[in-house]
Design a protein around this ligand. Structure first.
Ligand code: FAD
Length: 338
């Protein structure tokens, strides 16, 4: 297979601890590649609570999840990490002089050491249990996010879900789509009240169809082309809505996924590590942040930062064998100009 990139340290997960590990490795002259399933960096902070303030980051009395990630990116920037986003690491295998990581896009990243900063696992959309889902996903008929709104111009779109994504996309797409139908299993939406009011007003004007209380029941079409989305009430009354696309917004879930099959010591879906080095049961593979466990572990960002520093120091002799590592403060060393 095609080798995409070679690096000193491959970091799996672009959450806060993975991003800080880039800085800590960089200070020790180790180059990093960061891989994440999500299209954007930031892990839970960016995906789950970008606007919520965090109060226990040292020296930040309050900082939002999104702002924390921006600051971490800025801090790591002088070390020019390579970000491989939108792909999951599927396989991690030891090989001569290090490890090979294979991603869901088929690339291979070769690294001399690995830091797993995978949080609670890879993020992915919650999928509705529908017939032939894979074929409709592959054709783009069923989607869990909208990258380009224009692609839905003139299309008949069914939007499922009761949160902000469903409501916001209904409001956005009603102006360009041929038809927008919002399916929700109950009248109450868990979204910004102002947006819900706008959506209800648009429905009253006939610009949006609300299918409530309905749930997704089935997909009809051929060869991945969608023609109808079948809805059903809890009592089993069915209704078919002509549609080209189904947008399902049922939130994100995290699953350990392939990591469980890499032969690492695990304890209840966490990777067990030596707390002095954050090394897993496989030498050269370290785990930090929410995914790592040891006696006294706290699942806090600040502890993940400290683990990143300890892992980087523990990895150094593997990258620079025989070279003594003299402990230095960042104040005496400085950070390279970008
Ligand atoms: P994560 O942030 O979970 O990032 C892991 C990343 O790894 C994800 O992006 C995932 O997609 C990726 N990944 C996993 N597996 C793979 C794979 N196989 N291939 C590619 N990518 C993969 N903590 C605090 O300290 N203070 C707080 O106030 C606080 N408030 C919180 C509020 C909420 C609502 C939530 C949900 C969490 C809060 N936390 C807080 C917890 C904090 O967000 C986590 O401790 C932190 O995000 C863990 O960082 P991480 O880098 O270990 O993992």
């Amino acid at each position: 297979p095609h080798v995409a990139v070679e690096t000193d340290v491959a970091i799996i997960g672009a959450g806060p601890t993975g991003l800080f590990a880039v800085f800590e490795c960089g200070m020790l002259r180790m180059k990093c590649v960061v891989i994440d399933t999500l299209e954007a960096i930031g892990g839970q902070c960016a995906a789950l609570y970008p606007e919520k303030p965090i109060y226990d980051i040292p020296a930040h009395p309050a900082i939002s999840g999104g702002a924390l990630i921006e600051r971490l990116q800025e801090q790591a920037a002088p070390f020019s990490p390579i970000h491989l986003l939108g792909r999951r690491v599927e396989a991690l295998t030891p090989q001569e002089g290090g490890f090979a990581l294979r991603t869901s896009k088929g690339e291979v990243v070769r690294a001399r050491a690995v830091i797993i900063a995978a949080g609670a696992g890879a993020f992915g959309p919650n999928r509705p249990p529908l017939n032939d889902l894979a074929a409709y996903e592959a054709s783009g008929a069923v989607r869990y996010m909208v990258a380009r709104r224009e692609e839905l111009r003139g299309k008949r779109v069914v939007i499922a879900g009761g949160g902000d994504s469903a409501v916001d996309w209904a409001l956005s797409l009603k102006d360009i789509a041929a038809r927008v139908t919002v399916v929700h299993r109950r009248p109450k939406f868990r979204a910004a009240p102002e947006s819900v009011a706008q959506m209800e007003a648009a429905a009253a004007r006939g610009e949006i169809d609300l299918a409530i209380p309905y749930q997704l029941h089935g997909l009809r079409g051929a060869g991945g082309e969608l023609s109808e989305v079948v809805l059903a009430t809890l009592k089993g009354e069915e209704r078919a809505v002509p549609a080209d696309h189904l947008l399902a917004f049922f939130g994100l879930s995290m699953e350990l996924g392939p990591i469980a099959e890499w032969g690492l010591g695990l304890e209840r879906s966490h990777i067990t590590v030596n707390p002095a080095t954050l090394e897993t049961s496989t030498p050269g593979i370290h785990a930090i942040g929410d995914i790592a466990t040891y006696p006294g572990k706290l699942k806090l960002i600040l502890q993940g930062f400290s683990e990143a520093a300890m892992a980087a120091h523990a990895i150094h002799p593997r990258i620079f064998p025989g070279e003594a590592l003299h402990f230095e403060y960042s104040t005496s060393k400085g950070v390279p100009a970008e």
